[in-house]
Design a binder for this molecule. Structure first.
Ligand code: NI
Length: 177
């Protein structure tokens, strides 16, 4: 178990299309997921994608119990999602503020699809198939974007809605993520 270094925006490794995972339930995968969990928890993140720690694989983890940074957010189950496939279920989108461990101290307003189905595998190779909406759908889109080399600032439509958390939300107890 170890807390790994998070790559920050500007590092070219964040811009790659990550490779599919081919073997499940391995010691290497188990150790990687342990490190990802430790890292996400240490930094109080909502989600983490393997490319953010320099691992070029299609693996994301996410989960929200209750987080001071998202006081109104719905609970999202702790999930390991490998080789995800997203299907959008409507054209409806909504704006929401996002942060990212690879873009510390910043927030941006990003439009995301509100309803989607995601499929993939857990660490043992068991199928995951969920239909979700709202914040859960936003987290999935943000994390899966990392697997295609997309960081949320690339999706901000009006760059006036991008800035330092401490300036945008001076009264909030905003963490460095
Ligand atoms: Ni991120």
């Amino acid at each position: 178990m170890a807390i790994r270094n998070i790559l920050r925006m500007g590092d070219a490794r964040l811009l790659r299309r990550a490779a599919e995972v081919r073997s499940f339930d391995s010691a290497e995968l188990k150790e990687l997921l342990c490190d990802m969990r430790d890292t996400m928890q240490a930094l109080d993140g909502v989600g983490l994608a393997a490319p953010q720690i320099g691992i070029d694989l299609r693996i994301v983890i996410f989960g929200v119990e209750s987080n001071p940074r998202y006081p109104d957010a719905e609970v999202v189950p702790d999930t390991v999602l490998i080789n995800p496939v997203i299907t959008f279920l409507s054209d409806a989108k909504e704006d929401g503020w996002e942060g990212c461990l690879s873009v510390p101290g910043m927030r941006g307003l990003v439009s995301r699809f509100t309803h989607l189905r995601y499929q993939g595998f857990d660490q043992f190779g068991a199928l995951i198939d969920r239909t979700v909406s709202g914040f859960h759908a936003r987290v999935v889109q943000h994390e899966c974007d990392h697997l295609d080399g997309v960081l949320y600032p690339m999706r901000i439509q009006d760059m006036r809605n991008f800035g330092f958390s401490s300036e945008l939300f001076p009264d909030a107890d905003v963490r460095d993520e």
